[in-house]
Design a protein around this ligand. Sequence first.
Ligand code: FES
Ligand SMILES: [Fe+2]
Length: 487
Amino acid sequence: MCPIARSLHLAGSGYQFEQSVSVYLVAGNEKAKHMTALKPGECVDTAPFISEIDFTDFRMRVSTERYSCPEYNERERENLWMRTWQVTGRIDDIPNAGDFMEYRLFDQSYVLVRGRDDTVRGFVNACRHRGNAFCEGRGNAPRFTCPYHNWSYGLDGQCLSVAKPDFDGTTEEFVGDKNELGLIEVPVECFAGFIFLNPDSNAEPLTSYLGEAMELLAPYRVEEMVPHGFNVRETVDCNWKVVLDAFQEGYHIQAVHPELVAAMDETQERYRFCGDHSVATAPFGAANDAGVEVEIDGIRNLPATFPSIADSLPRFEELIDKHRGADGTHALPDGITPRLLLQQALRETWVGKGLDVSALTDNQLTDNHFWILFPNFFMTIHAGEATVIIATPHQSGDPNRCQWHVMMLQWFPPDERAASRTALTEVAELDHFPYFLALEQDYEQMERQQRGLRNHGLKEMALTKQEVRLAHFHAAIDSWVERGDRT
Ligand code: FES
Ligand SMILES: [Fe+2]
């Protein structure tokens, strides 16, 4: 963990473990009490605003060589990518024994496979005989048989047989003990329905790598969600860090996503740093104290982006309707806002569907939490749905390109999950998938930014305070890359 990250982690790791009770009025004189004890999300609800952050320890200038320089790219590959935990896919990508999928990282290749004991394991994709890549793509197999000389391996990596030459049928030409020649295993662990792999055989456990992030994310029950809507992998003409940078700040919303300005009050953004990882949030559907009628209309206009809010709207309309006067306008009691009623509607709707939201705070029902799990995983999440963007270096090693995987996740009852699952679309190298508006807007800027960053005349970027998470992210990058140089 980098020094900055460590100090922030220590300073910010105290959970709000005391019981907190929020009481608010709904529907006239009816009182609803929400006992919200021991909810990890409370520490994000109360995380610092920009104005409360001490910038002394943040480096707000970031060198640009990291985006296109081949030598830097090589250090980053060896010191960071070959040593960090990274998401390779969803557990339900390989639901049955024998299901496998390949994970490529630069020119390295790994195989993830579900064993007969239901355990997901990872192996270096190289036969122990003469190194042939024994596996390609994805599929199902009872065992792996290397196509070169037919050595075979069990789903647990054990070497099962060394093929005999067929000229005499009796003599095994192999000298050695096949029990020592199982596939080379790499650390693999699962969390939130994702399969994480670390190329480093001495990697620390995923629980200590993710640390507090794991505790903060657990209440969302992401493992019960399935890809629904988008599940797309595509090449983007920019360095992988340009993608991560783009999703760590709301600073570009005014210029790039003007349609989102009304929905999010960025002056209310809160930030929490969890080791090398971080999370930010801002109230959603409560922009700028615009007045009750404007807020109600804002909520009614949200569903196009967030299906779960659409599902809660009927209940929201019932709640808000109790405060509607003869002239059609709404008079809410003191302390009650459309946002609070939306949160109540969401909680009731989710509980009705079967999702356990008891460990989520009210804010986590409506507000997106924007997560970065270092190094390359972005997720924006609120109750019941999430959008994930994973950016991985391009397999060619070209630092000016990367692959991103965009995945929308949604919670469904168990018996609806399989039918609701959207299969992965692999976009051909020169093609482009039509995403939703905001993502198209980001996509355009990312490729433009890479073209600018390639200029040798530009030595560093100058960050603003609202980009503090980029400063934190790049400090962690520096820490991994420089630490690796020393070992
Ligand atoms: S390289 Fe795999 S069996 Fe020879
Ligand atoms: Fe954006």
